[in-house]
Design a protein around this ligand. Structure first.
Ligand SMILES: Nc1ncnc2c1ncn2[C@@H]1O[C@H](COP(=O)(O)OP(=O)(O)OP(=O)(O)O)[C@@H](O)[C@H]1O
Ligand SMILES: [Mg+2]
Length: 389
């Protein structure tokens, strides 16, 4: 008598199986344990072969047996019995059909006529049908998992391509900047040579000062570039007192703003909760925003630096009542090397954007032509985990 528990167990396991192989294993097992067959082989239809994928009670040499897919019926049983080397004399086949396709065959083997346990014959047919459906479903699941893995790997390729594109953009910008530095250095050296020939000391000093200015700009470009490439994705950030860091940045910027007496720098820095960021980078970012605002204002105007708290984090905002940006400029300001200034590197805002993103925050730009510009940098509070980018 077959065990109904084994059958219920079979249904449960087969319904949850993730691969066709798992289903076939269980089918071979239940054929022997619950149906009472002396031995069982499950053959699966492959691209051009029919091969044993699971078995119970089969001699080792028959486990690796396979045959052409068009070997069916009595011929198949004979070949398999021969592969078993005389251990069995009788075979009964049950085709595994799912969605109208032949998926494989269950062959029960015995050393005499196969008599299944009482009432087991119709049950065997039902089990084989169930196994075929489950195997078809598991194969679809398998296929889905493979497609998903392919999708993930193409997403990785895409990310790599994007990084390469950025690198290309950066190299183009760097070579452009280096050329822009070398050309005037070459010209000024030529001027210097002539002035040396003439022995004009004052003129020589003037050229040297110009050369020093060009070199300072070169160093600035290189430093910005180094900061930009020093993006350490592992750095999760440290607890930073945003208000204190912003006050420090304002003090650092005062001398630069003071070159234009008609520009007012107004600070409304209220204590806010600590955020997760990098103190030195935060200070540099705020200084950069104030310098941008000063440059945009020209001779007169107002710069307001404000701090605040919302959405589980805290922010700093630098706003000016300068000329604002056209939609075309607004779209591109965070791009590396985008600048509208003769002496600009175009890395200031790109660097700020990368820094904020790295710490799970965001940068919000509000601007319109003639209506000033404000840039707000928001950082998550300490309770929030940084999202990996
Ligand atoms: N407050 C602002 N008002 C108007 N335009 C701005 C403002 N801040 C930035 N911009 C525009 O965005 C561009 C990019 O700024 P970013 O700080 O990235 O580079 P940059 O200031 O040009 O160069 P660098 O920072 O190396 O001096 C600027 O050239 C300018 O056109
Ligand atoms: Mg700038």
């Amino acid at each position: 008598m077959f065990s109904s528990e084994a059958l219920v167990d079979f249904c449960r396991v087969v319904a949850a199986a993730r691969t066709p192989g798992e289903v076939m294993e269980r089918l071979a097992e239940v054929s022997v344990d619950a149906l009472g067959a002396p031995a069982a082989a499950v053959l699966q239809v492959g691209a051009d072969r029919l091969s044993v994928v699971a078995s119970r009670g089969l001699p080792a040499r028959a486990m690796t047996w396979d045959t052409a897919t068009d070997t069916i019926g009595a011929e198949l049983s004979e070949e398999l019995l021969a592969a078993c080397g005389g251990d069995f004399t009788h075979a009964v086949q049950f085709p595994l059909v799912a969605d109208g396709d032949l998926y494989g065959v269950l062959v029960l083997l015995g050393a005499g006529p196969i008599t299944l346990a009482d009432g087991a014959s119709p049950l065997a047919v039902a089990l084989v049908d169930l196994a075929a459906i489950a195997a078809g479903r598991a194969a679809a699941h398998d296929e889905l998992a493979r497609s998903y893995a392919e999708l993930r790997s193409s997403r990785d390729v895409l990310a790599r391509t994007e990084r390469l594109r950025l690198l290309g953009q950066m190299s183009a910008g760097v070579s452009h900047d280096v050329k822009n530095l070398l050309n005037p250095i070459g010209l000024q050296l030529e001027v210097l040579r002539r002035r040396i020939d003439r022995g004009d000391q004052d003129a020589m000093r003037e050229t040297v000062a110009t050369l020093q200015q060009i070199v300072r700009h070169g160093v600035d470009v290189v430093e910005r570039l180094r900061d930009f490439s020093r993006q350490d994705p592992e750095h999760e950030g440290e607890p930073v007192d945003l208000a204190a860091t912003v006050s420090e940045a304002i003090e650092l910027s005062r001398a630069r703003v003071a070159q234009h007496p008609a520009i007012e720098l107004r600070a409304t820095v209220t204590p806010v909760q600590p955020v997760r960021a990098r103190r030195s980078e935060l200070a540099t970012a705020v200084v950069n925003l104030i310098v941008n605002a000063t440059e945009a204002l020209g001779e007169r105007g107002r710069i307001s630096v404000t701090t605040g708290t919302d959405d589980g984090g805290a922010w700093v905002e630098v706003a000016d009542d300068g000329p604002g940006m056209s939609p075309e400029i607004e779209r591109r300001v965070f791009e590396p090397f985008f600048t509208t200034k003769l002496e600009g590197t175009g890395l200031g805002l790109a660097m700020i954007y990368a820094f904020v993103q790295r710490h799970g925050g965001h940068a919000t730009l509000t601007t319109a032509p003639g209506r000033g510009t404000s840039i707000r940098l928001w950082f998550p509070g300490l309770a929030r985990r940084v999202q990996s980018q």
